[in-house]
Ligand binder design. Sequence first.
Ligand SMILES: [Zn+2]
Length: 382
Amino acid sequence: MTNWLSLAKSNNDNLFDLIEKLVSIETPTRDKAANDQISSFTANLMRSIGGEVTVHSETEFGDHIAINWPAPDGNNGKQHALVVGHLDTVWPRGTLEQMGYSEKEGRLYGPGVLDMKAGIATTIVGLQTLKHNNLWPDRPLTVLFNTDEEVGSPSSRPLVEHYAKGAAYALIMEPGQGSNGALKTERKGLGEFRISVEGKASHAGAFPERGASAIHELSHKVIDLQAMNDWKNGITVNTGLISGGSARNTIPAYAEAIIDVRVRTTIQATKLETSIRALKQTVNGTTINIEGGFHRPPMERTPEIAALAGKLIEWSNQLGFKMTEESTGGGSDANLTAAMGVPSADGLGSMGENPHAEGENIEIREQINRLALFMKAINSLS
Ligand SMILES: [Zn+2]
């Protein structure tokens, strides 16, 4: 029987060398050149273990890459496995020089190390190790690395959905939740709406009757939106930005608001979107226009998702460490794979502190555990 933990430990240097290399290539989402560099670097590593790389060229973002390995014994009819990770980070160029890359008290600090260069390195080193030790799974495998996850995967969403179609399961190598690095088995759906109102300008003192106030109209809508909150059941509606008007003494001809919405279930998403789109004009002489929608569907904790998490947690116990599962209000590409009906496990990649914040770090010892679990999962999930 394979001792996954000692196999992981024997790759300690490979793993941490690669994490350092990946962190050293700074990849803010909107920096196409940097993301192209890291996607071609990782593509070459995958080619050297037999992966067939498809480069999905982008103009605005870095190129996304999909790497495919057919089943070792040809087309055996088995569903493919999918692994998803993002190469971009939220950190601007130059952060590395400021923040540095350092080790302190069993933790590695650096911009993007937790979210999610460690998860990318774990995927690559894990697959290299499986390949070199004849532990490759008996099903087709696809790895998708995208470069725009940190802004909501606007250009890679169709790819995530394409490669998720028909998958047996999906592992999303994001960092685990909280300080114990829990698997995320439930994620809220995320949407953004924009309501703009056209009114009619007029002198506020001399001819108020000739105007129609866009701000007055929008105020009604803000109150209607506020009433759609149902925090207890996981529905949040927040008018986070508002603007409008042109002068103190002019009846405002224009106003707009940007609204953040989050839900727990697909049914809630459909209902909420319908209610928002059904908002009607209240103030005579104004017109309202509603745009937007859900860019991340909710990831619901289906029995299949619970079962997948259960297996991973059981294996983590066998390997001698303890994983847990939690729900979160934030979104990731797991929302997309889960909405395709694919059992998805998110948060496998690493455990650490301060994602997107000063002092971002991973716990070094836990990263070896995660590598062992990743290899075991790819080898054994059926
Ligand atoms: Zn991430």
